[in-house]
Design a protein around this ligand. Structure first.
Ligand code: HPA
Length: 268
């Protein structure tokens, strides 16, 4: 069974840290998902580049439900994701890593739930603690072991994209308590919670957000900053994977849908 998955964001397309690589396709009710699997220090890990291996899928068209459903289907229990973000917080600078602990959802057109009535019914997910506390702590411990400094908390504002934000939007997000802005973490994180999987994301600041940065934003700048820090984000993710105890099951994430009889992939 593959118990751990990496969902790689912008700039993290390359599973070369894994050995014995192979490709798998899983059919889901939402479409097929093709991903790589490979080994790292005795653990088998699945790897999905969220935007496709050549950054061909824009944030608003990512098949979030298919990706999470496919990972659940193959037995994954822990997902460690990476996200490239702009920063609204002057203390979180380009190149910094943040272990996000809260989100503000400003997406507009995405299907955000597996629960759409029908046999699965209707459910109202609790997101008091939206990111897995166990995994967040492991990322923090991994960063300490590697001597990579991280911000231990941060609020991720998820926008619809694919455009960047206006300075007025960024000012509003700042007033609302946002630290970082990105286009992909919701509904990925909340779907993983609905599927009762442990999920956390390591955000990497690639730029100051619009109106804070002195220059207009470019995707090239985002990719370039990711590339400069790619080695460190890979080291952090792989150390995290090394430190995950795959027998760890006592987590609020695993009981998220208890009130609704637990999450099931298919009608029984
Ligand atoms: N805004 C939205 N998404 C992003 C940004 C940004 O400034 N930087 C990287 N991803």
């Amino acid at each position: 069974m593959i118990k751990i998955a990496i969902i790689g964001g912008t700039g993290v397309y390359d599973p070369s840290m894994l050995t014995n690589l192979s490709e798998q396709t899983v059919t889901t009710p939402y479409g097929d998902v093709t991903f790589k699997t490979g080994d790292y220090n005795g653990k088998t890990v699945a790897f999905i580049p969220r935007h496709g291996s050549k950054h061909s899928i824009p944030p608003h068209l990512i098949n979030y439900r298919a990706n999470i459903w496919a990972m659940k289907k193959i037995g994954v229990e822990h997902i460690v994701a990476t996200t490239a973000v702009g920063s609204l917080n002057r203390d979180m600078k380009p190149g910094d890593f943040v272990i996000v602990d809260q989100f503000l959802d400003f997406t507009k057109s995405r299907v955000t739930s597996f629960y759409e009535g029908g046999w699965r019914g209707v459910a109202h997910l609790d997101v008091t603690e939206p990111y897995c506390p166990y995994l967040r702590n492991i990322v923090k411990e991994a960063s300490e072991e590697l001597g990579i400094s991280v911000h231990e908390t941060g609020t991720y504002v998820c926008t619809e994209g694919p455009r960047f934000e206006s300075p007025a939007e960024i000012k509003m997000f700042e007033k609302l308590g946002g630290d970082l802005v990105g286009m992909t973490n919701i509904p990925e994180a909340t779907l993983a919670r609905e599927a009762e999987m442990c999920y956390s994301t390591v955000s990497m600041v690639t730029n100051f957000a619009a109106g804070i940065s002195p220059n207009p934003l470019t995707h090239g700048e985002v990719v370039e900053t990711m590339a400069q820090n790619a080695e460190n984000i890979k080291r952090l993710i792989m150390k995290t994977i090394d430190m995950i105890d795959v027998s760890h099951t006592d987590c609020l994430c695993r009981r998220a849908m208890r009130e609704y009889g637990g999450f099931r992939l298919e009608e029984e």
